[in-house]
Design a protein around this ligand. Sequence first.
Ligand code: ADP
Length: 390
Amino acid sequence: MGLSKGAVFLRTGADQTLEIGATRGFPSGQGAGAGPLAVARAGADLANAAIRRKGSFAIPDLAREPLAKAFHAAAAAAGLNARSAALVPVAVGPRALGAILVVSEVPRDFTASERSFLKLVGGLLGWTLIGQEALQNLEERNEELKRLASALDQRTADLKKLDQFKTRSIHLITHEMRKPLTPIFTYADMLLGLDFPAEKQRQFLEKIRAAADEMNQYVSEMIETAKLEEGGIQMLFEDTDVVAAAEQAVGRWRKEAAVAGVDLEFRADIERRTFTTDGVKLGEIIENLIENGIKYTPSGGRVVVRLGKAGTDLEMAVQDTGIGLAKEDLSGLFQKFNIVKKAAVPRPSHRAGLGLYLTRIYAEALGGSITVKSELGKGSTFTVRIPVGA
Ligand code: ADP
């Protein structure tokens, strides 16, 4: 059509404001606020009219068209002698996406076929824009789908891991639970089959009793874990003589320590004795750590329980001269069912891999934490810190 000057207006954003999509052939002009964009912007009234009318229209004489007043003046100011123009909406069906303005410097009319050609260009641009929009939506959907798929993958992997963990746990539980059954069967069978002197009978019964105790302890830990996981942990905070609570905990393991040939010591280095905390849980934490200390320390060794303050924390440390732990076995030590398999345990004992897990949960329920320092063959120190105030 011999036209080389014009602009494309596009409706954008949620409020569908009209913006300049492109300009061509408009002069730069001079002074602030001049330029092709300023010229185009002045044509916004025309573009809006084309959108409103939903059809193309020609302006043979721009100087005489009231709607074109602003555009005509801006073009002239920029040095463009705009004489005639034509407008066509950029539309797809009833959806108007913008408008195209073409300008001629020679006065001219637009024939019907030229107008329908312009309409075709408007329609083509409309479809192109919609196609782009759809493509972008598709890409966004695609991205979202990818994200969902990878989340699903992750979830499946987690579930698989959980399943493996459960299978391993069940295997371990049944294995550990059956261990004490061996002495129970053996000694019961011996008692049933032969006439042993009273003293021997008593010894066998004690062994049966010890094995039953071990099973009971195992089951108790399992129940405690299940309760804790189902219903959370019940705490009772009250004024507690922490020294007395720790002393009692130590006292309950004196006999066990003596039997194992392990020296059990308690040292309290603390000025204030009474703090608001859960004394029962505190005692259980100390007992669990003492139990391990004795269990994993060969005869002739020592377990020292220390109670003190570290700033505003109550600090309880249980140190032993036992078998210790290798660096690589420290991580995950406070997780459920974590038993260091390769450890050469000093004497046969109940092992469920729940003690340290429960101890950590108790310490955390008291607002505190548990840490471990250990060296293989030298011993371990488990330290629990609980915030209690000054
Ligand atoms: P359990 O002693 O019933 O197996 P725990 O959760 O109390 O379970 O301990 C987990 C593992 O950590 C134990 O199996 C043991 O290998 C190791 N462990 C715990 N305490 C000590 C300690 N004081 N010295 C050496 N190893 C320890």
